[in-house]
Design a protein around this ligand. Structure first.
Ligand code: ZN
Ligand code: MN
Length: 164
């Protein structure tokens, strides 16, 4: 399945007359196998042992190329920080405030919001991006465990003060 997706993307690159270098292939493969929305830096560190001459800039330029061709979305967060998402289906993102994890969720497209925005602003709207923020289940569980521990310690302290 993953392999098939890689092959499809390779075909798309060939159609665009993009040369398939081993580095380019490795970046693409990493993106398809790791749907964690990696940064250029993360991809660089994952493949640098296989390609000692590769630089973060090379990785970044390739990601920009994939974005331009259209099968990768760049999620930009200001200068020098973008996450890259290999997209087969439109979707939205939930982002953890604590650990920064990005999780996909699928929900009907908000085209009516685009229409409303267009009517309200006079803009010709052609795209939108939605992110919701909060705590991921793991971080929420950790926080709850920490709170429980605090409560328990407070109760023990109280009890021992009472015994004295
Ligand atoms: Zn988290
Ligand atoms: Mn995504």
């Amino acid at each position: 399945m993953e392999n098939q997706i890689v092959q499809q993307a390779i075909e798309q690159l060939k159609d665009e007359n993009v040369r398939i270098t081993p580095q380019r292939y490795a970046i693409l493969e990493y993106l398809i196998e790791h749907r964690s929305h990696p940064t250029a830096d993360e991809i660089y560190h994952a493949i640098e042992t296989r390609f000692p001459n590769i630089s973060v800039a090379t990785v970044y330029n390739n990601l920009r190329l994939f974005t331009k061709i259209g099968f990768v979305d760049e999620m930009s967060y200001g200068d020098n920080f973008s996450r890259f998402d290999f997209v087969t289906e439109p979707h939205y993102h939930a982002i953890c405030r604590e650990c920064g994890k990005v999780t996909d969720f699928f929900y009907p497209g908000l085209e009516d919001v685009e229409t409303a925005a267009s009517q309200l602003t006079g803009y010709q709207i052609d795209d939108h991006r939605l992110e919701v923020y909060g705590l991921c289940p793991e971080c929420a569980a950790k926080k709850e465990a920490a709170q429980n521990k605090e409560l328990k310690e407070a109760a023990v302290k109280k009890a021992s003060a009472f015994e004295k």
